[in-house]
Design a protein around this ligand. Structure first.
Ligand SMILES: [Zn+2]
Length: 287
């Protein structure tokens, strides 16, 4: 992305003032083992009007089309991964929703269990109380009365616990509802993003053929030697073969170029490549 931004910045500057800024690469090429073939350079504008001037402009145009092509290919390569990541985000959110639901079910099950125990304790107490009227022995009567007392205490405790459990259920239900709303909203956002990315992916795929054709079109007019060098660098770099020099820095890797390279770029004598990244350099004269 950093490289793309650099390429885009370079081209934004470049195409604002194309004719004045583009120095000769194509017609005054001096590749390895080649002698310079100077064209007629307009001393004022710095633009070469010799044979192959279209090659120079076309080279920059080609790099621009390649930057777009690179961007499309990056999108096609990366968007499915982003879409899959969003799918995982959605699953994680849905899991959080299910966990909140699980906490509610637990709280409710605790409430039901306590209510069952309370009902049992009440039934036992009633049963014991029922026995009291038919008991004749004092010892037995006292024992059963003690039982009733114990049950009453147990019932008090359980009633408090049931109340607490009811409050807990209310609280957890509110949390579950809030969580469900949050998850639903987040999932909606994720789905909107996924739809957008899927549309971007389809658009990128659909433009690929046209962009390849545009690239082929831009190749016309770039002379054979420059094209060979350009294609070789592009293949090695993957992203961009051409970089605009601004002041004395390579527009992509930012390496400062030696004065003689800058001088030759200014004069448009020969094909210059970046000392650091090896990309073909194009001079962007200060406005
Ligand atoms: Zn560089």
């Amino acid at each position: 992305m950093r490289i793309l931004a650099a390429v885009r910045n370079s081209f934004r500057n470049e195409f604002a003032t194309t004719n004045h800024h583009v120095v000769n690469v194509g017609c005054c090429v001096r590749g390895p083992g080649r002698r310079a073939r100077p064209g007629r350079v307009d001393r004022v504008s710095g633009v070469c009007y010799g044979a192959g001037v279209s090659s120079q402009t076309q080279l920059v145009q080609l790099a621009r089309e390649d930057a777009r092509l690179y961007q499309l290919k990056q999108q096609i390569a990366n968007l499915p991964r982003r879409i899959a990541e969003l799918g995982k985000e959605r699953s994680a959110l849905e899991l959080q929703g299910r966990e909140a639901e699980g906490r509610l079910q637990n709280a409710d099950s605790t409430r039901r269990k306590l209510e069952g125990e309370l009902a049992d304790a009440r039934a036992k107490k009633n049963k014991s109380e029922g026995r009291l009227s038919s008991i004749t022995s004092t010892d037995q009567y006292q024992a059963v009365q003690k039982e009733v007392g114990t049950m009453s205490e147990r019932i008090d405790t359980l009633e408090s616990q049931v109340l607490e459990a009811l409050e807990r259920v209310d609280e957890v239900q509110r949390q579950r509802d809030a969580e469900a709303a949050r998850v639903a909203q987040a999932v909606e956002g994720i789905e909107a993003q996924k739809r957008q990315l899927a549309a971007d992916l389809e658009a990128a795929k659909a433009s690929l053929e046209e962009q390849n054709a545009r690239r082929e079109g831009a190749l016309v007019g770039v002379d054979g030697h420059t094209r060979t060098v350009y294609e070789r660098i592009l293949k090695a770099k993957g992203d961009a073969a051409l970089s605009i020099v601004s002041l004395a820095n390579c527009g992509i890797c930012k390496a400062v170029q030696p004065p003689q390279v800058v001088q030759q770029l200014r004069q448009g004598t020969g094909l210059q490549t970046c000392q650091m990244c090896g990309r073909i350099l194009v001079w962007d004269a200060p406005a």
